[in-house]
Design a protein around this ligand. Structure first.
Ligand code: PXL
Length: 274
């Protein structure tokens, strides 16, 4: 049966992140993808000045209420960038529409390199904690994990510190805590997962290629969500997501005009295989 996932995040019209990457990726993985846009921006806020923002906080509960009346339900709820803290309540009410065995997956897309994204404030961190506490899966990078847990941010975490951070996240609620952008040795980067039900840590590392690219967190999360909702193992979901990000970055090398995202389109066919 085709799985159905609703993704709650902004539409950055230009810039290859959030819904404009989640939609094609989840669809390519055979998942019916429903969207609940949280805002519409002219571009993402990562490397453009003067971006416009149209907030959709008031529209979101109306959309969810209509879906509730229509008895529409989901196999997954996947949240990303949230620009207004009033939206967390709507997300929690949407959670009632999750099918049995469905996954509530929170990518707390709030920042990178130790800082919050420019348009975000502390109340987003506080609100994000409320939905993380109800999530099955949380998918932060190291910056976001530090904001959520109160850990001091550092570029260099030891394996023990990452595992402590994973434990802290799982103590907030989720069964699966995944931290992305983890590196313990030069030239390798990957993701780590702690499953608090089995007590198991899972790692997947790839070669670090080129430089840090914007939008790769959203691409990783979209593929990981697709894998988990389709019933793949944690390891295979980490592998598929990491390999897809690396292939997308490789497809972008040499195109300096593409500073704001990665060319993931040409590697979409690799999503069709396990
Ligand atoms: O990629 C995360 C993201 C999503 N949405 C918006 C952003 C960013 C990162 O900068 O600005 C609007």
């Amino acid at each position: 049966m085709t799985k159905k996932v609703v993704s709650v995040q902004d539409i950055s019209c230009y810039g290859q992140c959030s819904l404009t990457v989640a939609l094609p990726i989840l669809s390519a993985m055979g998942i019916e993808t429903v969207i609940l846009p949280s805002s519409v921006l002219s571009t993402h806020t990562g490397c453009f000045d003067g971006f416009t923002v149209h907030d959709l906080t008031d529209e979101m509960p109306k959309i969810v209420n209509h879906w509730q009346k229509e008895r529409i339900s989901f196999d997954g709820i996947y949240t990303g960038y949230i620009g207004d803290s009033r939206q967390f309540e709507t997300i929690l009410s949407l959670r009632n529409q999750l099918n049995d065995g469905g996954l509530f997956i929170v990518d707390p897309a709030m920042g990178d390199h130790g800082r919050l994204y420019p348009a975000l404030t502390e109340d987003i961190v506080e609100g994000m904690k409320t939905i993380v506490s109800k999530a099955d899966v949380v998918l932060p990078n190291i910056t976001e994990a530090s904001f959520l847990t109160g850990y001091e941010y550092s570029e260099n975490y030891s394996k023990e510190q990452i595992e402590e951070l994973l434990q802290k996240l799982s103590g907030m609620g989720p069964r699966y805590s995944v931290i992305t952008g983890v590196t313990f040795e030069e030239g390798k980067i990957g993701a780590s997962c702690y499953d608090k039900e089995t007590g198991e840590y899972t790692y997947y590392f790839s070669d670090f290629v080129d430089k840090v690219h914007h939008g790769t967190g959203d691409i990783f999360s979209s593929v990981f969500v697709g894998g988990m909702v389709n019933g793949m193992s944690v390891y295979d979901s980490l592998r598929k997501a990491s390999d897809f990000v690396v292939a997308s970055i490789k497809a972008t090398i040499g195109d300096d005009s593409h500073y704001y995202g990665v060319h993931f389109e040409s590697v979409i066919p690799t999503l069709f295989d396990n």
